[in-house]
Ligand binder design. Structure first.
Ligand code: KG4
Ligand code: ZN
Length: 324
């Protein structure tokens, strides 16, 4: 089965051509350069860039895969969560292609796709029947359970996403956008005494990051920025680790699937590595937003008869919950 997959939920325009579970080609345009000057993503600008680039990326991906439009069996597109305006560009292109080519259209949940991104290019049988899941990105912080092909949320952020907190703190400390990788670099280079940033610990499995962000905003005039940045990283990763350890202790998992941009954080990786659990994480280009994870998830759900074809009424759902 050949699937053309489209991802435009945020600031990456990505197109993949899949042959069952394998990626034959993928072309991604990251808008990060265009957004650096604004210190964040302006949805209207992101939408314009998606519109500008999507058609040439489709042409390139097909050429690279040596696949013709008429050889495609279906179209998969991200339907949410994400920015409504940018999602709509991918969805409109997907609907048009599905109509012209007379092939089915599937709407895919971006967060569910992040979960399966670790299995891209591997047969779907390798997806575990039970696993703990940690999704940490610019838009989401979710601790969930994957069991018998169903994803259920254990806890999530009540305010900012962890990546958003990294980016906002980066901005407060005058770092380049996105702040996450910059703060991580500072943490690794920092040799002085880290500022003790308090660790938020909500009662259940939920997270909160906005209090720590305000804390940094209040301290930045008086405390060394590198010491604050390093202390911030230690605090937020500690918050994640407390919940992961609690879930492992009380709910009995031997596997942890991680996904989202913050999963590449060096402290998070080294702390997770100390746990007695096998960590499953996506490789390189599949760790960030990409269309291969959308195509792979579509293939998985189609194979298991767990997804319905979309009609032309398909619309973006900016707050779509994982598992829905
Ligand atoms: O999953 P992703 O590529 O995009 C979505 O948000 O969907 O995640 C991007 C986020 C940004 O907030 C970025 O700052 C963060 O991931 N990030 C990191 C690191 N690398 C990327 N945060 C902390 N440490 C990193 N090494
Ligand atoms: Zn993402």
């Amino acid at each position: 089965m050949k699937i053309l997959a489209i991802e435009t939920s945020f600031d990456d325009t990505s197109i993949a051509i899949m042959e069952n579970h394998n990626v034959i080609s993928m072309k991604t345009y990251s808008q990060v350069k265009e957004h650096t000057q604004d210190g964040g993503v302006i949805p209207e600008k992101a939408s314009r860039l998606h519109s500008k680039n999507i058609f040439s990326l489709i042409a390139l991906a097909l050429k690279d895969a040596n696949v013709k439009f008429k050889e495609l069996d279906s179209i998969a597109v991200t339907k949410g969560p994400g920015l409504v305006n940018t999602l709509q560009i991918g969805i409109t292109v997907a609907k048009t292609l599905s109509q012209i080519l007379n092939i089915p259209l599937y709407g895919i949940n971006h967060m569910t796709a992040h979960i399966y991104s670790s299995f891209i290019n591997r047969p779907i049988e390798e997806i575990p029947s039970k696993s703990l899941v940690l999704l940490v990105s610019g838009g989401h912080t979710i601790l969930a359970q994957l069991k018998d092909m169903k994803v259920s949320i254990l806890g999530e952020t009540l305010d900012d996403a962890i990546g958003e907190a990294f980016d906002k703190v980066g901005k407060l400390l005058d770092l380049k956008y996105p702040g996450g990788p910059e703060i991580d670099k500072i943490y690794n280079k920092f040799t002085g005494k880290m500022h003790e940033v308090p660790v938020t610990n909500l009662e259940n499995y939920d997270f909160s990051f906005s209090g720590i962000k305000s804390y940094i905003a209040n301290k930045r005039q008086t405390i060394d920025h590198d010491s604050l940045a390093a202390g911030f990283q230690r605090s937020v990763i500690e918050q994640l680790m407390m919940k992961v350890k609690k879930a492992i202790k009380f709910r009995d998992y031997d596997k942890l699937i991680i996904g989202g941009g913050v999963a590449s954080n060096s402290l998070l990786k080294s702390e997770l590595g100390k746990l007695n659990i096998s960590i499953i994480s996506p490789k390189g280009i599949y760790a960030v937003d990409n269309a291969a994870m959308i195509g792979y998830t579509a293939y998985y759900l189609i194979s298991k008869n767990m997804i319905k074809e979309e009609s032309l009424t398909l619309d973006a759902i900016s707050n779509l919950k994982v598992g829905k």
